[in-house]
Design a protein around this ligand. Structure first.
Ligand code: ATP
Length: 238
């Protein structure tokens, strides 16, 4: 067994007296694509927030590449190699598209390479190229999602964490975004994906965790979960 890139053990997250995440165990091996699915309010976003330093965990261990990262701030985790695209994208609305991409690369010193990669993303997403100097807040939802993804990738993360990348997007945009996710994963990126669209998540990822009322209720290869009667009834609408 390879050493897991990410190992979470016994994670608990509380909002005051409300327990949102209860004794969660999860691991991701290097190069793996893993999804966390579950109904609204199951605790998926709270798990990601605790992982990426946006919310304190009330208990548990989080190790990344063998080192404890519990309690580290989001910008420190970015330096360690964990980049998250939050639900609702979180682009810097007043900054231009290009400035957003530069912001994603704040921890890099290979400036020539950064410029080349910005060009690469602008070529890949012509919508962003046309609006390269405009404030990101003027972009459509789908364009902002593309920008948020490209900005996260500008940090050259080892682990990409995506919270609901398909939310609110037209099917054509979802296809485009997931094409890019596929490409970066094929080149070796490790992925943790939270998705309401369980069908899509189970297609894209090799392994899945199902979360229910703050706990992991099922886990296994995506192909097995697609055949599981409970998953089919509860999450795939069959
Ligand atoms: P969704 O798919 O709707 O985003 P989720 O699985 O990501 O759901 P969380 O957002 O992690 O679920 O929420 C888990 C639980 O914690 C829910 O019961 C939710 O009501 C509660 N919760 C989330 N954020 C807060 C908050 N800021 N204050 C209090 N309770 C919260």
């Amino acid at each position: 067994m390879p050493e897991a890139l990410l190992q979470i053990r016994g994670l608990n997250v509380h909002y005051g007296a409300i327990a949102a995440v209860k004794s969660l165990d999860l691991h991701i091996n290097p190069g793996e694509r893993v999804t966390l699915i579950g109904a609204n309010g199951a605790g998926k976003t709270s798990t990601l927030k605790a992982l990426t330093g946006l919310l304190p965990a009330s208990a548990g261990e989080i190790h990344f590449a063998g080192r404890s990262i519990a309690g580290r701030a989001a910008h420190e985790l970015l330096r360690e190699g964990i980049a998250m695209v939050p639900e609702g994208r979180g682009v810097f609305a007043r900054m231009s598209v290009v400035e957003n991409l530069h912001a994603g690369a704040f921890c890099r010193s290979d400036h020539d390479q950064v410029e080349q990669e910005i060009e690469h993303w602008l070529e890949l997403f012509p919508h962003l190229k046309r609006r390269a100097r405009q404030p990101a807040g003027l972009l459509s939802g789908g364009e902002q999602q593309m920008l948020a993804l490209a900005r996260a990738l500008m940090s050259r993360p080892r682990l990409l964490v995506l919270d609901e990348p398909s939310m609110g997007l037209a099917p054509i945009m979802v296809e485009k975004i997931f094409d890019v996710i596929d490409q970066v994963c094929d080149s070796g990126m490790t992925l943790l994906l939270v998705e309401q669209n369980a069908r899509l998540a189970l297609q894209v990822c090799q392994r899945a965790y199902v979360m229910d009322s703050g706990r992991i209720s099922l886990e296994g290869p995506s192909a097995d979960l697609r055949d599981d009667p409970h998953v089919r009834a509860a999450y795939l609408g069959e």
